[in-house]
Design a protein around this ligand. Sequence first.
Ligand code: NA7
Length: 561
Amino acid sequence: AARQSSQTYDVLIIGAGLSGVYSLYEIRKRFSSWRVTVIEAGDDVGGVWYWNSYPGCQIDTESLSYCYSFDEELLEEWNWKDTFAFQPDTHKYIKRVAEKHDLYKDIQFNRRIKSAYWNDEMHTWTFFDEDGNQYSTRFLVTCLGFLSNPTLPAIPGIENFRGEAFHTSRWPKDIDIHQDLSRKRIGVIGTGATGIQTITALSKIDNIGSLSIFQRTANWSAPLRNTKITPYEMEMYKGKYAELFRQCASTPTGFMHTADPRKSADVTNEERDALWEKLYAEPGFSKWLGVFKDTYTDRQANEIYSKFMAEKIRARVHDKNTAESLIPKHGYGTRRVPLESGYYEAFNQPHINLVDLQKNPIQRVTESGIETADGRHHVLDMIIYATGFDAITGAFSAIEWHAKDDRPLIASSTGSNRQPIWPDHRPSTFLGIHVPALPNTFMVLGPHQPFGNATRSIEHTVSAIADLLQFCQAKGITRVETTADAVQKWTEHVVACSQGSMINEVDSWMTGVNKNVKGKNVRNVARYSGSVQEYKKWCRECRDSGYQGLAFASKVEGNTD
Ligand code: NA7
């Protein structure tokens, strides 16, 4: 067995995705004498952009508005090839950031943190990874990602399947889709953003035997409209980054798109349809976020927009029954809208068929395929599980937490009868950064943070955390814990922000529902749905008040009592 090591740090970061890479950069820059490390489960940086290498994986936020803003030199150097970069490019970009700033030397790959122990005498955390290596640190920054813990469907028999089977976020690196899928009968379960991208990409490969799409809930999807960026255009864009980031900072979600300030009923039907047609023809999220401001609060406004979008689907899918199955029952945009590049046309091909699980649920997976309630046995060579993630709190559940007073964070796997800090996967936090009973821990993109344009959120949160660490350094503070009052006030604010929006009334990962995870079948508020500006205001007020809402303690070096 490999020798186990024991290491001590000032700051330990878990995860080397967009959050972890920037945290390492920023903390190393501001605290040159501190020992900082990143523990990463994968064998390279990138996080979701490392793990998700399934065919067609692509960002549907404009790359120009999604990349880091902190390094002007890199903005000048980097040339995006697509308006919406494909995964290999985004991954290459994150690697470039890590190389340019010499971050690799402080990242430990292929190490997955398994358990965490708070020591309230020493004001330190101790972690163990899956191989038994031990790490101690004063401060912890979690950069775990909110869609990083994949879930397989809770369907009987999935272990019996003899063909190839994998989750989209564990796509085998050695598959050549143009060679190895030849004549294969492929089943895809799941039609979220991932399923839609995978299915569309596979639909464009001509030698596949058959493609069966197992759809439990239809999702509203609309055209991405990606285009190549020419070198000339890229040079033009480089001069406009500052303006673009300012624009992102002014919208409630951090994306460059923002709602039309009018209500749907403020305009004539002709004006309304004209705006919708214009948005439908535009690239990106504008047909989700650029619509009339009451689209997700006024049921009637939502209904007429949904009807408009349903007609778009009917116009693209030839078979009437298939088209009707592809039209969702929930309101348009009340779940995250996957963007597509020919998804609906895929169903016009004779070898691609939709299995509507609303009509015929899956009974079981067999050795050679999938059996549905109508008694049909769909014979398959490969099953692709595009079944999503134990989102938001899921990456936290994957670690066994021994918080203050040995409390578990979510549910206890150690038989502890203590009350979890987040019972029923229901998070309570202060600013989405601090967790009660988890001292010296700061979350990036944790529960209760704005998720919109993730990189914009990351840059803000990491600098807020670094400011706080500077405050601690200046005052010799060795223990930071949020107060019960602050947690209650903030958590109530987060819940209040979620009210009134139809998005929070539909089951999805955004409302904390994943029927494949025990205890996650009821909606909860795990996402901050107020505006980014409101979120930043709370963070600013906390800092400017000398960190009201946090309790500090100092431990004199060498004092062990
Ligand atoms: P999602 O959006 O959570 O989608 C998961 C899909 O898998 C969804 O269609 C589910 O249907 C389906 N699913 C899950 N379990 C089952 C079972 N047991 N049977 C049938 N179908 C099932 O995950 P994605 O990876 O697509 O996207 C996640 C986010 O990543 C995305 O929003 C982007 O922000 C990036 P359901 O809807 O639950 O009926």
